[in-house]
Design a protein. Sequence first.
Length: 187
Amino acid sequence: MSLTTVAELRSTLGVGTLYPDATLQEVADAADAVLIPMLAVNSAFAVAHSKTTTTATLYFDTPQPFIIGDVVVITNCGSAWNGTKTITAVGDYLITYTISAATATNKNTIAPAGLVTGDITTDWTTDTAVQNAALMISVEIWQARTATLSGSNAVDFQPSPYRMSAQLLAKVRGLIAHALDPRSMVG
C-alpha cells in the first residue's frame, strides 16, 4: 500500500475524475520510491557471498544487525542466495543460513550490493508526518509532470526547470527527521 492513497492525491490536487486512478497511483508509487529508502528499517547491505552445498554466507562492510533465528528477506544477491531465509549463524560482518545447492562457491563480491531486510516493525502508513511528506512529494512530482517550470523560481525570480532537484527531499526532511535512517543522510 502506498503512503499516499489515490483518493488523497486526487483531493489534494483537485483533479476530480479528470485522470485515471492508474496515473495517480504512478505518482504515489514514485513518491514511495523516493521516500521509503530514506526511512529507518532493519536492513543491511551484503557486499559478498559464498556457499557450500548446505549453507550460504553473506558478508557485510558494516556490522550486521541480525541474530540467530531471525527470518530475513534477501534480494539482489543471486538466485542461490535470494529469498526468505532463517539465519543459523552470525558474525559481526556475516550471516549464514541453510540452502541446498549443487555446487560450492568461493567468496565473490556482489555489485551493486544485495539487500537483507529483517522484520519490519514500523508501519509508515500510520505515521502522519511520513504520510504528509509522501503527499508533499507526490504533489511535487505531479506538478513537475503537468506544469513544468511553474512554482519553482531561482533567486533572481526567473523560472527554474529543477523542480525535482535535491531540494525535493529537503522540503520534507524536517517532517521525517524522527524516522530517517542515518545511512540515508550521507551527502
